[in-house]
Design a protein around this ligand. Structure first.
Ligand code: FMN
Length: 202
């Protein structure tokens, strides 16, 4: 039997928290899903809100070396060490939070950093999303889902999809029974290679 998901023992998860507040709904939902990972699966949690990561500066086409800060280096290493990267971001203005977007912007720098080989090394890893929104209509998160799918497709990563939840004040996502149930099996889902829409329709 072939399976799209690697054996649990080979996998390690990086959870990247992108909310602007501590102990929010998105983290709660992500932790509910993470609790179901097989025992012993390495998990690392990084909270972008508390990491002093400056806005990304586009030095990709500069000849001088761009100074790499401690936070950037920690994130780059954590990203490359994980087989599975989970972007846990609230829905902000129908897309990922600024903190999450800033982290993704750094991926562009890592793509061209001398010797980093980021694109080749990210290929085949899996990107996941977890997001909570105030709106009851989950289709308003379509833009966020597309952003993550296309980002995964660009890097030839697998995409596990986005776990969606509803809530506004902290803790409210607990009342979203459907989301809490989905969280229980989220990481058991299929992780197909991500495709751009044009590749899917070809
Ligand atoms: C800056 C900002 C933008 C938001 N934009 C949206 C939005 O576009 N759609 C939506 O349904 N909720 C929106 N919300 C509500 C949050 O998604 C919701 O409060 C969520 O529970 C926050 O997640 P957290 O508890 O993990 O911080 C926004 C909240 C903030 C603070």
């Amino acid at each position: 039997m072939t399976t799209d998901t690697a054996p649990a023992t080979d996998r390690s998860f990086l959870f990247v928290l992108g909310s602007s507040r501590a102990d929010g709904n998105t983290e709660l939902l992500a932790r509910t899903a993470a609790a179901q990972l097989p025992a012993g699966t390495p998990q690392r949690w990084v909270d972008l809100n508390t990491l002093p990561l400056p806005d990304f500066q586009d030095g990709r086409h500069e000849t001088d070396d761009w100074p790499v800060g401690e936070a950037e280096e920690e994130l780059r290493r954590a990203t490359l060490e994980a087989t599975d990267i989970v972007l846990a971001t609230p829905l902000y203005w129908y897309t990922v939070s600024a903190q999450t977007k800033r982290y993704l912007d750094y991926w562009s720098g890592w793509l061209t950093a001398p010797g980093s080989d980021f694109k080749r090394r990210m290929a085949g890893r899996t990107l996941w999303g977890v997001t909570v929104m105030a709106d009851d209509d989950e289709s308003v998160a379509d833009g966020l889902v597309t952003t993550l799918n296309n980002s995964a497709a660009y890097l030839r990563m697998r995409f596990g999809g986005v776990l969606l939840g509803n809530g506004s004040r902290p803790g409210q996502v607990r009342d979203d029974e459907r989301a809490m149930i989905r969280a229980k099996t989220f990481f058991q889902g299929e992780t197909p290679l991500a495709l751009f829409p044009s590749e899917r329709n070809a």
